[in-house]
Design a protein around this ligand. Structure first.
Ligand code: G3P
Ligand code: CA
Length: 269
């Protein structure tokens, strides 16, 4: 029997823990992804940059100042850019105390350490190349690490990984190097430009304050490089009214610092 129009329940958006469960544990640390796991969330998001000596690390800002004790350890090294510190120097930093004493001793993970933990936790990942223009060749290097960690096999590529960036060039590069990997282009874009982006991006991931029902429909009306409708994961939604609003527009994913708040809002409907 065909259900009456309007009675079919659409899938709820995926809930993605932004920088891990970053309202409850220091962002982009192992503690933050473990916290997401403990709260029952499979999907996490991160930010990937490169050290002076070429190691990939998990860090959002292009300086180490806000989320580590770098100023205290290296007072003469302002402005404390990620790209000006070696991996060994970064490994000494405390990336937890700024958030809470409870997390003192958390480290800035290398990408390799991070991927091992995501695998161990059976989690899924929205991986962001952050400021890739600062790090030539980071896409190839990041993909090599993902491959070595087993994340580019069929199973992972099919259902566990999205690689996104605010840089169209970076997303294009990832798509060119690994056409099988699902990609996301961050930002709010003109609807007229979306068909061009749909050639290399499977998702258009826009801030929730900029989206509307019409915008989400325009995204869904297009097909991405894998022949499937284009998706949208919106960010960063940390309260129930905005979670319900985004879900009402039919977004495919909600990226949030407070995954529990979003999950409850979606359940309450
Ligand atoms: O995943 C989307 C969101 O993380 C993009 O903004 O600045 O938090 O990396 P930002
Ligand atoms: Ca991010």
């Amino acid at each position: 029997q065909t259900p009456a129009p309007g009675t079919v329940k659409h899938d709820q958006p995926l809930v993605v823990a932004h920088r891990g469960a970053s309202a409850y544990a220091p962002e982009n640390t192992i503690a933050a992804i473990d916290k997401a796991r403990d709260m029952g969330f499979r999907w996490v998001e991160n930010d990937v940059q490169r050290t002076k000596d070429g190691e990939l690390v998990i860090m959002h800002d292009d300086t180490l100042k806000r989320t580590t004790n770098v100023e205290e350890l290296y007072p003469d090294r302002a402005p404390w850019k990620v790209k000006d510190f070696t991996a060994a120097e970064i490994a000494k930093l405390d990336a937890g105390s700024w958030f809470s004493e409870k997390y003192a001793g958390q480290r800035v993970p290398t990408l390799k350490q991070y991927m091992r933990r995501v695998s161990h936790n059976h989690q899924k990942l929205v991986f962001e190349f952050k400021k890739p223009e600062l790090y030539p060749g980071i896409e190839k290097q990041g993909l090599r690490i993902l491959r070595n960690e087993g994340w580019l096999d069929k199973h992972h590529v099919k259902s566990k990984l999205v690689i996104q960036s605010f840089s169209a060039d970076s997303v294009k590069t990832v798509h060119k190097l690994r056409p099988d990997v699902k990609t996301g282009f961050l930002g709010t874009h003109s609807v007229a430009d979306l068909p061009a982006y749909a050639r290399f991006a499977d998702q258009i991931n826009s801030t929730h304050t900029s989206i509307s029902a019409a915008y989400v429909s325009a995204i869904h009306a297009l097909r991405g490089p894998h022949g499937k409708p284009l998706e949208i994961f919106t960010w960063t939604v940390n309260d129930a009214p905005n979670a319900k609003r985004a879900a009402g527009f039919g977004v495919d994913g909600i990226i949030t610092n407070t995954p529990d708040v979003v999950r409850k809002a979606l359940r309450d409907g």
